[in-house]
Each structure stands twice: as C-alpha cells, then as structure tokens.
Design a protein around this ligand. Structure first.
Ligand SMILES: [Zn+2]
Length: 152
C-alpha cells in the first residue's frame, strides 16, 4: 500500500494487514478518549471547576473558562441523537452497510460522540434508542462503539 500523509493513518500494520478502521490521530487531549477502553472506561473531558463535560476534548472549559479540565470516566450509556447509514465501502475491511451516529452521553445531553452503532441491524437503529459503549481494540487504540443497551 502506498504511504500517504493523511491524518487518517490508513496504512499497513506491522504484520502487513490493513487496519479494520481508519484510526484517528491523537494529541494530548484526545488520547484519553481513544485509549480509556483498555481499562473499560469511556473517558470524557470534564471541568473540575464546574463539572461541565467538554467534548471534543480541549484544554479549557467553554462554560467557565477554567483550564482545570481532564478525563473523567462516564457510565458509557447514552442515546442516539441522530444517525446515518453508510453504504459506501470506504475500507475493504469494514463491511457495509454500517451506522454512524451521534450519541448523547447519559451524563450531559449536549456531549455528542460520533461513533458506529454495532451489534444490531442498521434498520433497528432509531433516534432516541438507548445504547451502551463497547470497545474495539485497533492497534494501540480502543475505539468506542455503541450497541443497543441491554434490557432496553
Ligand atoms: Zn467549567
């Protein structure tokens, strides 16, 4: 595979196989979100001054302008705020169709995580559906995905 300079890091892994997903480029603030799954934790930045959740993670709170923010483990529960069904095969290893959703976390409605909905058929996904996080390891990242909440 030809190397390219995109931030998507779609390239061969050391064993020569392509990664299943396009992986995000990490920085100091986004690392917690993409690696907390190693310990089973969905980590969302939260202001320690006013408890506001900040996502996408940035090193300050937009509510109170405090710089005392950092990753906080949330419940992993949420609801589908909106979604789309992707039918285009962007990666040969990622079967279509699949669902890309914005999931509102249970702790704060305006924190919306872009993630795939898995373990159900695309036609079963609906706005307002209760979901819970699960993680899929991809190289050294643990990608947060959501599946229908058990008992929902
Ligand atoms: Zn704050």
């Amino acid at each position: 595979m030809k190397d390219n300079a995109s931030a998507q890091q779609v390239g061969p892994t050391p064993d020569g196989t392509a990664p299943k997903r396009a992986l995000p480029a990490l920085n100091a603030d986004t690392r917690a979100y993409w690696t907390g799954g190693e310990r089973g934790e969905l980590l969302i930045y939260r202001c320690r001054h006013c408890d506001y959740f900040v996502h996408p993670p940035v090193p300050y709170c937009p509510e109170c302008e405090s710089r005392d923010v950092g990753p906080y483990p949330v419940s992993g529960r949420g609801t589908v705020a909106t979604f789309t069904v992707n039918h285009k095969q962007w990666l040969p290893t990622l079967p279509v169709p699949y669902v890309v959703a914005l999931v509102s976390i249970a702790e704060q409605d305006d924190v919306r995580l872009a993630a795939n909905i898995v373990n159900c058929e695309p036609e079963e996904v609906a706005i307002g559906m209760e979901v819970q996080v699960r993680f899929e390891q991809c190289e050294d990242l643990w990608i947060p995905l959501f599946e229908p909440a058990r008992g929902a």
